[in-house]
Design a protein around this ligand. Structure first.
Ligand SMILES: Cc1cc2nc3c(=O)[nH]c(=O)nc-3n(C[C@H](O)[C@H](O)[C@H](O)COP(=O)(O)OP(=O)(O)OC[C@H]3O[C@@H](n4cnc5c(N)ncnc54)[C@H](O)[C@@H]3O)c2cc1C
Length: 439
């Protein structure tokens, strides 16, 4: 069965029953009313006294939500928080270009970090969500019921937009994908690695591969100049650093096809490739749209100001999977913005459980740190709408800054277990994030 498909005859497995054991009456209950409109979690009359919060995805955003919720409500007898994720090991997506070049990352165990928080962990693959019945299917055959859902299934590289990518290109979608690429690169000898996409992920990957594999020819292909969104001097530094590493940059090109041994450009030119890494564009899981949740053109869940789904307010959407509007527009997927969304959703749920209204979410960007191998980086400081300021860092200082940023989420979660408020600090963005009401 494929992700997003639904089965007609759910059966409760041991895990599902364990999770819903104090609310068996709910299994036979029919959904009574339309989605609740207030911020207070609603329940149907057949439910038990336990309020079940289910968090899907333990990425940067989902982990932040789980730890915050654990710290705020984990000891309450009447609240049960469960986190579902594909792996027990936390995936440091910010560092997957390191994994792709054979560098070992720390073993970060999600169940170990959750110890003492009261949050249950369930390893499994979410295969469907029924937003009206308030159920989630895991590994096709386990059914979990929820009263409040936090949807944080993230995003992956868009491998569907260009023919041949799905079949022939590597991605940095997961640690496993990055390891497969690492194996391939290690075997290439003096071959050619082509990186499709000159955005930040493509730049970081190209630089890392060139630094770790000086024997390879590394080609970065994309529409835009690397660092185009930065201050011109920061962009120039970035481009010079790629040159120093020997990355051959070709911009203004459109990849139209990926073949087993080449990529084809618009206009018919063929670029030989022994390995193609695809980093261009992102897409989200089809599960939200299949669940009947209101999604945008990219499949992301459209939220209200408090991060609740506009169609199903008992669903909070966080991280890359959410379309969150701010004064400057809809947020784009980053870790810097994703973690605050998870924290905010958790704080809102904790407030709602006390009968209080959630507050609007406000977030302003503050930096774009880009690694260029292990010894160099560019950190572009930004206005809250992500446009570049005049201020930027380069070189080793920037590399240290970037490393501090990449290493910070896990210790931040650890601190939040004891001091939840410590995770609720981020720039709110002032006038940039204020949404003006239509008159
Ligand atoms: C190489 C690379 C470098 C990056 N560098 C930066 C950077 O420097 N700064 C920055 O801000 N952002 C960076 N990003 C973007 C950043 O990683 C994402 O914005 C961030 O990971 C989004 O967090 P998330 O929690 O929404 O999703 P994710 O971190 O993607 O987590 C989603 C989780 O859900 C799980 N999952 C997905 N589907 C299912 C399912 N059906 N069932 C069960 N589990 C599922 C996944 O396994 C994963 O654990 C980078 C991305 C990449 C790929």
């Amino acid at each position: 069965m494929k992700a997003g498909e639904k089965m007609n005859t759910p059966h409760e497995t041991a895990a599902g029953v364990a999770i819903t054991s104090r609310s068996t009456a709910h299994h036979t209950a029919t959904y009574q009313s339309g989605p609740p409109q207030s911020g207070t979690p609603q329940r149907d009359p057949h439910q038990s006294a336990t309020h079940r919060v289910l968090i899907l995805g333990a990425g940067y955003a989902g982990m932040a939500a789980a730890i915050q919720l654990g710290a705020r409500v984990g000891r309450r007898e009447d609240v049960q928080v469960t986190l579902v994720n594909a792996q027990e090991r936390f995936t440091e997506r910010l560092r997957l270009h390191m994994t792709a070049t054979g560098q070992q990352l720390a073993e970060l165990s999600i169940p170990a970090l959750l110890e003492g928080t009261g949050v249950r962990f369930m390893r499994g693959w979410v295969t469907s969500v029924d937003a009206d019945a308030r159920t989630v299917r895991v590994d096709d055959d386990q059914v979990l019921h929820y009263d409040t859902l936090v949807y944080g299934l993230g995003s992956v590289a868009d491998t569907a937009a260009v023919p041949g990518v799905e079949e022939h290109a590597y991605t940095l979608n997961s640690a496993q994908d990055a390891e497969v690429l690492a194996d391939r690169l290690a075997q290439l000898g003096s071959g050619t690695a082509v990186i499709g996409g000159s955005g930040l992920t493509g730049i970081e990957a190209a630089a890392e591969i060139a630094e770790r594999h000086p024997e390879l020819k590394v080609v970065l292909l994309g529409r835009q100049e690397p660092g185009a969104a930065m201050h011109p001097k920061a962009g120039a530094y970035l481009r010079a650093a790629l040159d120093r590493l020997g990355v051959r940059v070709r911009t203004g090109v459109e990849v139209v096809k990926v073949l087993p041994d080449a990529v084809e450009l618009a206009g018919g030119e063929s670029v030989p490739a022994d390995a193609v890494l695809w980093t261009s564009g992102t897409r989200v899981s089809p599960l939200a749209a299949a669940a009947g949740l209101t999604v945008d053109a990219h499949g992301r869940i459209v939220t209200d100001a408090a991060l609740r789904s506009v169609s199903h307010p008992d669903v909070y959407a966080v991280g890359d999977a959410a379309a969150i509007r701010q004064g400057y527009g809809v947020m784009h997927g980053t870790c810097q913005g994703g973690m605050p969304t998870g924290v905010h959703a958790a704080v809102s749920i904790a407030r709602a459980l006390k009968g209080r209204q959630p507050k609007p979410f406000r977030f302003g960007y503050y930096h774009t740190p880009v690694s260029l191998g292990r010894h160099e980086a560019v950190v572009q400081f930004t206005h809250p709408d992500d446009s570049p300021r005049r201020l930027y860092l380069t070189g080793r200082l920037a590399a240290r800054y970037k490393e501090t940023v990449s290493a910070s989420p896990w210790p931040t979660y650890g601190r939040m277990k004891k001091m939840p408020a410590s995770g609720a600090i981020w720039p709110r963005g002032g006038r940039f994030t204020r949404i003006r009401e239509a008159r």
